[in-house]
Design a protein around this ligand. Structure first.
Ligand code: ATP
Length: 300
């Protein structure tokens, strides 16, 4: 059975003058982990809340398998979600999951199974009031997984996890997607989810700045900057420009060149009789692309 896909189309929500979500369109496909990324306040939680039928959109649609959440036959069984990791502090982990599983009609044995899955079996009878943030995240994830859902929607599930926890959740989410499920998770850090996700949707001020495979964010050949220095940079610059490359000025003695690979730049220097004192590349990394897309560093 193929899990349903998540489809968001023209989704819009304004709170007074705040355009929280503005014509947002993307899909999250079965068998893939989709990262929903954006800085604080960019509209991630509002979008996921609309997808889960908790906030009514002003315009557009958010559907699971072609239907709004509220119109699904058994929405709480079909879609497992984590929107917050707040629990009654006097409840034990088991009690919390037991209440949740009764509400959605899941058999009792899922409580022990999901606690095991999230690594909380030894804390099953501890009160959640004493849980660390990481433990609360694990418990919230257990609640999302209770119905063994085909679609999993998680708001900032990695927040508060330690490095071992991050490795663990990465493996778990990849495993869930490998079983054909649709997994959508939000984060404000690309670096946090880079090794977990197949696809990314980058949201900036309520609008999609990028939507597609993670590999599509990789810098292209055209973005590559070659750094070069010779005893006569001016002459080399003329040769490079003559050959159709672009010279973007210098940092100290080193010129920044685009439009050609290091081999081409080196050959042109050789042909001009100029010995190289420096030749390297400066690649804009994924993180730089991400920061540029979300407008980091711009004045607000
Ligand atoms: N109920 C509300 N009433 C008024 N404004 C709201 C409401 N919910 C969200 N907003 C505003 O909408 C914008 C988007 O908020 P949202 O919580 O969706 O962003 P986010 O990307 O999830 O951010 P964060 O990572 O900080 O949770 C923010 O400016 C926020 O202040």
């Amino acid at each position: 059975m193929t899990a349903p896909r998540i489809e968001v189309s023209g989704l819009t929500k304004h709170f007074g003058r705040v355009h929280a979500v503005n014509g947002l369109t993307f899909t999250a496909e079965p068998g893939r982990v989709t990262g929903f990324l954006g800085p604080n306040g960019s509209g991630k939680t509002t979008t996921l809340s609309m997808l889960l039928g908790l906030v009514r959109p002003d315009a557009g649609t958010a559907t699971v398998g072609g239907r709004p959440y509220a119109d699904l036959e058994q929405p709480a069984m079909a879609v497992g979600s984590l929107l917050s990791a707040d629990f009654h502090p006097a409840h034990t982990a088991t009690a919390h999951l037991d209440i949740a599983r009764r509400a959605i009609g899941v058999p009792r044995h899922r409580v022990g199974e999901t606690l095991e899955m999230v690594g909380l079996r030894d804390s099953a009878h501890r009160k959640t009031g004493g849980f660390s943030l990481g433990m609360r995240q694990r418990l919230a994830l257990a609640a999302a997984l209770l119905p063994d859902p085909q679609v999993i929607v998680l708001d900032e599930p990695i927040n508060g996890l330690d490095p071992e926890g991050i490795r663990w959740i990465r493996q778990l989410l990849r495993h869930l997607a490998s079983e054909g499920r649709t997994v959508l998770l939000s984060s404000h850090l690309l670096s946090e989810v880079q090794q977990t996700v197949d696809d990314v949707v980058i949201i900036r001020r309520g609008e999609a700045a990028y939507s597609g495979p993670l590999t599509g964010l990789q810098p292209s050949e055209a973005d590559r900057v070659v750094l070069v220095s010779t005893p006569n940079n001016r002459r080399l610059a003329q040769a490079l420009e003559h050959a159709g490359l672009e010279v973007h000025g210098a940092r100290g003695d080193v010129m920044r060149v685009t439009g050609g690979d290091p081999e081409t730049v080196g050959n042109l220097a050789f042909d001009s009789g100029l010995p190289l004192s420096h030749l390297s590349t400066e690649e804009a990394g994924l993180e730089e692309r991400f920061l540029a897309l979300i407008g980091e560093g711009e004045s607000a």
